[in-house]
Design a protein around this ligand. Structure first.
Ligand code: F1P
Length: 346
């Protein structure tokens, strides 16, 4: 996050500089629609960004799996901006999706980690995440980097469009600047999360639930568990639980709630009550002093408070650590999960 913010965010002056997007800044600001295309973890970052762009910029956003988008015949209209998100910059589905859109005249913006990669080269404009090399196959820090960059882009567009007040802009810039320190605080809890991993490592299924900005975090937590611990996991919007997944809940099922304080908190608490009433085992990611969650959950992981828009950057980290420690406890090579490739180039 430090590397990603450095040179771009000046919290003292309250400015964000992103030279990479300046060339097409006007098209982005006046975009009729932003279509985010990505795969896996990067797609989850796109989902969080959808909420952020809609909230701050009031632009219509769609988030598409590149692996579907490339084979469809999507309608690309003048004023559409295609935003490709990729850690490796080499994912074939994302690459072909943007090639197709480019042929139809769309402007392509790339949010890519690997400098000089194919997606970066094909993009008309964009910003690197500068998250550094991902050592493991499963994306982790790239996700937080993508969220930081996407948030900075949204903030710049919102300011330009006038859909955000200067005060709110400054408030978010200051909060963004405080994220690295808060991430470090979460990492200090490594041992406690390792102990939780021991407790839950024999689960055969896991449900991850969140609302709003934290719904994609639930998806990402479940994906990490699948990728590196080989435990079947599903991420769901907590509000959708009653439309099906609630049938899975019994005393064996761990349900991981992303329950940090935000505008959805009371609703998340009532979902937690529904799980407890069916004897599910609840692990909750919470903020300090959340008595309601503490009373309901079997286990909690406390993360520092931040603005709800930025919370996914913090909330994903204990979930990544949990998946990591469960994978290690089960004796798996978490850096090279079976059947997965760093960049899926076919
Ligand atoms: C997309 C992705 C990763 C996942 C795995 C396979 O990669 O699905 O999210 O962890 O490595 O590829 P990318 O387009 O972000 O490089």
């Amino acid at each position: 996050i430090h590397d990603c913010l450095r040179g771009r965010l000046d919290a003292d002056k309250g400015t964000i500089t992103m030279s990479g997007i300046s060339k097409y800044a006007e098209q982005l600001t006046n975009a009729n629609r932003i279509v985010m295309v990505a795969c896996g973890t990067s797609w989850h970052a796109g989902l969080v960004a959808e909420y952020i762009f809609e909230e701050l910029c009031r632009i219509n956003v769609e988030v598409e799996y590149a692996s579907e988008f490339r084979y469809r015949n999507p309608v690309i209209a003048p004023g559409d901006v295609i935003l490709a998100i990729s850690q490796s910059g080499e994912t074939a589905d994302t690459l072909v999706a943007i090639e197709n859109a480019k042929k139809q005249g769309a402007i392509i913006m790339g949010i890519v980690n690997v400098v000089g990669s194919s997606i970066a080269r094909l993009s008309d404009t964009g910003a690197y995440t500068h998250a550094g090399p991902e050592i493991g196959v499963a994306s982790t820090k790239a996700f937080t980097g993508q969220l930081a960059v996407l948030t900075m882009v949204a903030l710049k567009v919102a300011l330009e469009k006038g859909t955000i007040t200067h005060e709110r802009f400054l408030q978010l810039v200051r909060e963004l600047n405080a994220i690295p320190e808060k991430v470090a605080k979460i990492l200090e809890q490594n041992d406690a999360i390792k102990a939780l991993a021991e407790k839950y490592k024999d689960a055969t299924n896991c449900l991850y639930l969140g609302r709003g900005y934290n719904f994609p975090v639930a998806l990402e937590g479940a994906l990490k568990l699948k990728e590196i611990s080989y435990i079947h996991a599903e991420g769901y919007p907590a509000a959708e639980m009653k439309h099906g997944p609630i049938a899975l809940v019994d005393s064996e099922l761990p349900v991981i709630f992303i329950a940090t304080k935000d505008s959805y908190h009371e609703k998340v608490i009532s979902n937690m009550q529904e799980i407890k009433a069916r004897k599910g085992r609840v692990v909750a990611i919470i903020n300090e002093g959340d008595k309601q969650s503490i009373a309901l959950a079997d286990d909690v992981i406390v993360v520092p408070e931040t603005d709800e828009i930025l919370a996914p950057m913090l909330n994903c980290i204990p979930l990544q650590l949990l998946a990591y420690h469960i994978g290690v406890a089960k004796g798996f090579d978490v850096d090279k999960p079976r059947n997965l490739a760093k960049s899926v180039t076919v």
